[in-house]
Ligand binder design. Structure first.
Ligand code: PLP
Length: 392
């Protein structure tokens, strides 16, 4: 640290120099991210609550009430109004909390300590946060095979559940392809085997209900299915909330109770979250944006995202690119017949486009977040065509 401080002007000028090196969502160049510009309403609400700490909720009763209302609104969106949970940093923390609850729950109920090597079963398409959770919690991770449509293979699951399985995970909106696992079937299997089922709807949670409103007919994926014990949903993805805003929802309070740790010096005597001091600003921002948008606002947002997705998919095919599969949500994965995905991604990056490459299968992956407009896609297709032509 320098001995003498800088002036305010020097501080902000220097900050701006750093900021100028960042990409921006509004440029339309960020094509591979599941985050986007937070809505100005959400940004203002966030800034208004910067000092609130939900790690000590007795000091911030108003903010705590906002968190509770966010959880109720999201529960209502996902099939059960009376759910329990927290506004946290994002999908990773939510998935970690869900796996911790499942492990602790099974530990409490295991007969004669019969739980030798606790394991979780997740589809191969699951987000890498489950690898972190398994590592942190000492769980063995079994990755279920996928079917031809890149969803969890139900037969694999049925054959691989064992007495050590503490949780099964289904994904509603996979990170790479936006696929939705067969959650009704997972719910049946988990109910029959008395196993905890977690649904990771970090991405799909702010899309599927709204797309169903306009006739998409996706199967049930939420708490309306009795077997679903917990859900991840991230307002900082398609919810237009600022980073960090994620949510974990539990069907019953007992799943929070099994994670409680005594916190003697705080206003609340026990805590079930992983972090201690945690921002209340995310709760305020999530509350503000959900109240402002209403269901109608999110329906419009999801509709626009799907329109631009279809526009990209149609034009890719017209230009001779191959889609991995037809998009279910606002993610398009594709390949060129002339150049492999990693090499193509590098060429696109050299032209200023930030795309990502999926692992399973390798493909260029574009997430059509609200900051991507039709004009960006027209430019992007032109760049792709030029690159492809250079290989003729
Ligand atoms: N789950 C899914 C399905 C995701 O797509 C992601 C991130 O993209 C996560 C979890 C992790 O979320 P975060 O990066 O907010 O921790």
């Amino acid at each position: 640290m320098d001995k003498k401080g800088l002036s305010k002007r020097q501080v902000f000028e220097t900050l701006q120099e750093f900021k100028n090196k960042d990409l921006t969502y509004s440029s339309g160049n960020i094509l591979g991210s599941m985050c986007t510009c937070a809505h100005p309403i959400a940004q203002d609400a966030y800034c208004d609550f910067l000092e609130s700490n939900l790690g000590d909720p007795g000091l911030f009763k108003g903010t705590k009430a906002l968190e509770d209302e966010v959880i109720t609104m999201l529960g209502d969106l996902l099939g059960k109004k009376d759910v329990y949970g927290h506004v946290i940093t994002g999908g990773t923390e939510a998935n970690l909390m869900a796996m911790r609850a499942a492990r602790n729950m099974t530990r409490e109920t295991a007969i004669n300590n019969s739980l030798e090597k606790p394991e979780i079963i997740v589809p191969k398409s699951a987000h890498f946060s489950f690898k972190k959770a398994a590592d942190i919690l000492g769980l063995h991770l079994k990755e279920a095979e996928l079917d031809d449509d890149y969803c969890m293979d139900i037969d694999y699951l049925s054959e691989n559940i064992s007495k050590n399985t503490v949780a099964v995970v289904g994904v509603a909106g996979t990170t790479e392809l936006g696929k939705i696992d067969p959650i009704p079937e997972l719910s049946e299997i988990c109910l029959d085997s008395n196993i905890y089922l977690h649904v990771d709807a970090a991405f799909g949670g702010f899309l599927i209900p709204f797309l169903n409103d306009i006739g998409y007919n996706f199967p049930q994926f939420d708490f309306s299915l009795e077997g679903v014990c917990s859900m991840t949903i991230d307002p900082h993805k398609m919810g237009l909330a600022p980073i960090p805003t994620g949510c974990i929802l539990f069907r019953e309070e007992k799943y929070l109770d099994v994670m409680n740790i005594d916190t003697p010096y705080l206003t609340q005597k026990q805590q079930s979250t992983i972090v201690g001091t945690r921002t209340g600003a995310s709760s305020a921002a999530a509350w503000a944006i959900m109240k402002y948008m209403g269901r109608e606002g999110y329906v419009k947002l999801a509709t626009r995202a799907m329109e631009i997705t279809e526009f990209l998919a149609r034009n890719l095919v017209k230009s001779g690119f191959e889609l991995v599969s037809s998009p279910e949500l606002n993610i398009v994965a594709f390949n060129s017949p002339k150049i492999n995905a990693h090499a193509l991604a590098e060429k696109l990056e050299a032209e200023g486009w930030a795309v990502s490459v999926s692992a399973c299968p390798p493909a260029i992956r574009v997430v059509l977040m609200p900051h991507i407009k039709r004009e960006h896609i027209i430019d992007f297709i032109e760049t792709l065509e030029n690159i492809q032509e250079s290989f003729d």
